[in-house]
Design a protein around this ligand. Sequence first.
Ligand code: FE2
Length: 198
Amino acid sequence: MAITLPPLPYENTALEPYISALTLEYHYGKHHNTYVVNLNNLIKDTALESKSLEMLILLTADDATKSSVFNNAAQVWNHTFYWNSLSPNGGGVPNGAIASMIDESFGSYENFTKLFKEAALGQFGSGWAWLIQEKGKLSILKTSNADTPIAQGLMPLLCIDVWEHAYYLDYKNARAEYVDKVIGHLLNWEFANKNLEE
Ligand code: FE2
């Protein structure tokens, strides 16, 4: 059972002008796809070959001898989650259950955006910023490189990829500008509400 690259949930051009078709062509078509190809090569003809993506992550998270499997598996999972965390109709103030939880957990939407941006900018080097739900309360987490909250048993609601490959073609070194556009125009609150229900 090979791990497959899920289709993008929208057209390559759907996130323009905030994320270009060229970025998606490389980020999804090359980077994400390469993690899938590498992962399948690493698990081929091993005991891990029959495992689901989530199981691969959990089984290798604390095993230094399997770090390549972990890194590629986590990056496959993180990227699929990231594509779903973005929407051409996203961004701005949320609706639904997530809206009141944001107010309860962070005081206000404005304060949430400040803290989420701080996490995304504060991640030194490559990594991810996450909105997490734990015991009915929301929190913000950053992880480095391929690391993923699901390895710690945490359920994320949304994420932002802050690897340079996510923004360099469109924003060069200006990570802050990319993060502002994602928060303001692309965060998929419908996806966050759906994750909250599960
Ligand atoms: Fe990425």
